[in-house]
Design a protein around this ligand. Structure first.
Ligand code: PBG
Ligand code: ZN
Length: 323
């Protein structure tokens, strides 16, 4: 009677047969950071193993990813010139448009996702155009620019657009912009429930996108709010998002499950920079078994309800999944 659970844990084959959740290399999207130049591959101190790369290096990196079975990447751009509106992001010759063209030309089988936002492109580091009176992002002017940026990415040949700026109405605006330009078959993955999180710190070092004043709490969500988290994702579903997302992932697994239970759309999680850095640093300090903690963490995202995991661990996890 007391062996009711344990008798099924004794034989390793039976343990495998009964495993409820499975992790696969097909679950991963790998983030890459692009800057201009040639032959540039610079590691950033706060994220060991993550690099700023020039376009030629990104193209080479895709060879390594394919070897590991990783076919999905998400691109972030670091432009040469930043200005008040983030012009580089809306330019056909901007860093992301150029990178998408280069990657798709060299690797047509790669699935290229672009992050759609302005914080890497504005001189003030906020996710859109500023309202001079409110000193925060002007929602509706930014919507027009997001639609422009989406069409630029579409023309460059992107496979999936992922708006991350948390503007109200962004999916409606982007969908309309894409449809009017003839890109009715280009899907949108919304960062639909994105919290104002301190876990993004290392990313902002790599992407050079820290706000020069204030913070993002007037557009990203309060980490304390659960009902609002569900409502945000459901709103984006209504506006026509094809895939939803919860971000960050690890401290928000309750929200992942809540959103999953309230939608029939596929759900992504973003296993963010601070989550990655914590495991890396603890592993390097010999405090945890990095590989095991990483795989346990990635499995937890799937168990919580994620269909897609955007993660800096993708390459390391892919190697372990091959064994
Ligand atoms: C841009 C964006 C951010 C991240 C993804 N897209 C940063 C932010 O909102 O400040 C964070 C990703 C990470 O921490 O790994 N809006
Ligand atoms: Zn942003």
């Amino acid at each position: 009677m007391f062996a009711r659970f344990r008798r099924k844990r004794i034989h390793p084959v039976l343990r495998d047969l009964l495993q409820e959740t499975h992790l696969s290399v097909n679950d991963f999207i790998y983030p890459l950071f692009v800057k201009s130049g040639v032959g540039i591959k610079e590691e950033v101190g706060s994220m060991p193993g993550v690099f700023q790369m020039s376009i030629d290096e990104i193209v080479k990196e895709c060879d390594a990813l394919k070897q590991l079975g990783i076919y999905a990447i998400i691109l972030f751009g670091i432009p040469d010139v930043k200005d008040s509106v983030g012009s580089d992001a809306m330019c056909e010759h901007g860093i992301i448009a150029q990178t998408v063209r280069a990657v798709k030309a060299a690797h047509p089988e790669m699935f290229v996702v672009t992050d759609l936002c302005f914080c890497e492109y504005t001189d003030h580091g906020h996710c859109g155009v500023l309202d001079p009176v409110l000193h925060t992002v002007d929602n509706d002017i930014t919507l027009d620019n997001l639609a422009r940026q989406a069409v630029v990415h579409a023309k460059a040949g992107v496979d999936l657009i992922a708006p991350s700026g948390m503007m109200d109405g962004m999916i409606t605006a982007i969908r309309a912009g894409l449809d009017n330009a003839g890109f009715v078959n280009l899907p949108v993955m919304s960062y639909s429930t994105k919290f104002a999180s301190a876990y993004y710190g290392p990313f902002r070092d790599v992407a050079e996108s820290s706000p020069s004043f204030g913070d993002r709490r007037s557009y990203q969500m309060n980490p304390a709010n659960r009902n609002e988290a569900i409502a945000e994702s459901l709103e984006d579903e209504k506006e026509g998002a094809d895939i939803l997302m919860v971000k960050p992932a690890l401290a928000y697994l309750d929200i992942v499950r809540d959103v999953k239970n309230n939608t029939t759309l596929p759900l992504a999680v973003y296993n963010v920079s601070g989550e990655y850095a914590m495991l890396k640093m603890a592993g390097r300090a010999g405090v945890i078994d990095y590989d095991k903690v990483m795989m346990e963490t990635l499995m937890a995202f799937k168990r919580a309800g994620a269909d897609i995991i955007i993660t800096y661990h993708a390459k390391e996890a892919a190697i372990l999944l091959q064994q």
